[in-house]
Write a protein that binds this ligand. Structure first.
Ligand SMILES: NC(=O)c1ccc[n+]([C@@H]2O[C@H](COP(=O)([O-])OP(=O)(O)OC[C@H]3O[C@@H](n4cnc5c(N)ncnc54)[C@H](O)[C@@H]3O)[C@@H](O)[C@H]2O)c1
Length: 252
């Protein structure tokens, strides 16, 4: 029996990287998965891979910064799988790499809209669905950039710090109504996002890798395992907390 057997789940940003690995792991553990992303081709590909393994998945095209899209995404889970048990708010973008004084309002608004408003909208509609059954587990993908300072990504850092606080508040609000909410804080994980970060050259990749005390980037699968723990009953006494999965990054 899987750790999420028969549960109804939504994973945003599920077309790539951490979201993709988590959608596949949730399905492998018995969950029905709404694969949510704005990338239709890759999202359908992930849903297809899950179905090929004999599990249930539905692709939902969503821009997580759009309130109507997010409501529709949650409705898709409830209508297709009868309820919502697990929500992984994972979709995010890195934005432009510039110091604070050079960060344009456009870049600021875009990153905050997707990363922070997107998680808020997911929680707003996801919690409403979970309250109907009196149970649910929410996992929000923050970052070590929400815990320690990083240069040249001001909107990203602010959005990730905001996610941790948003998570704590909601966890307190719904702690006695069967809903848990936790945040995860990955270190540097080998995904297309980090490939974009390091596209400037091999020396940038090596410099970033050297920031990881374990001497390597993490994998999307290593992050997915923490998301699974927090989504499952294994973490029944965990709520309102940020969990590091960072190869020692924050300890350094
Ligand atoms: N890779 C890392 O080192 C790292 C570290 C800490 C936190 N994170 C966080 O993990 C999450 C996933 O990142 P990843 O590394 O897997 O990146 P990724 O670029 O591989 O995947 C991000 C996914 O989100 C989707 N997405 C982006 N904006 C969206 C929107 N508005 N609506 C719907 N879908 C959207 C993309 O299409 C993509 O499929 C992000 O929130 C990121 O900030 C990543």
């Amino acid at each position: 029996m899987g750790k999420l057997e028969g549960k109804s789940s939504v994973v945003t940003g599920a077309a790539s990287g951490i979201g993709r690995a988590t959608a596949l792991l949730f399905a492998g553990e018995g969950a029905n998965v709404v694969v949510a992303d704005w990338d239709e081709a890759q999202g359908n590909g992930v849903a297809g891979s899950i179905k090929e393994c004999g599990r249930n998945a539905t692709f939902a095209k969503v821009d997580v910064s759009n309130p109507e899209d997010v409501k529709r995404m949650i409705d898709t889970a409830v209508q297709t799988y009868g309820r919502l048990d697990v929500l992984f708010n994972n979709a995010g973008v890195e934005g432009e790499q510039v110091p604070t004084a050079d960060c344009t309002l456009e870049n600021w608004d875009r990153v905050i809209s997707i990363n922070l408003k997107g998680v808020f909208l997911g929680m707003k509609h996801g919690i409403a669905a979970m309250l109907k059954t009196g149970s649910g587990a929410i996992v929000n993908n923050a970052s070590v950039a929400g815990v320690v300072g990083f240069q040249n990504i001001p909107a990203y850092c602010a959005s990730k710090g905001g996610i941790i606080q948003l998570t704590k508040g909601a966890a307190l609000e719904y702690a006695r109504q069967g809903i848990r909410a936790n945040a995860i804080c990955p270190g540097v994980i080998a995904t297309p996002m980090v490939e974009r970060f390091t596209s400037a050259g091999e020396e940038v990749r090596v410099a970033l890798e050297s920031l990881e005390p374990v001497g390597r980037f993490g994998t999307a699968e290593e992050v997915a395992k923490l998301a699974l723990f927090l989504a499952s009953d294994d973490s029944s006494f965990c709520t309102g907390a940020p969990f590091l999965v960072d190869g020692g990054f924050v300890a350094a």
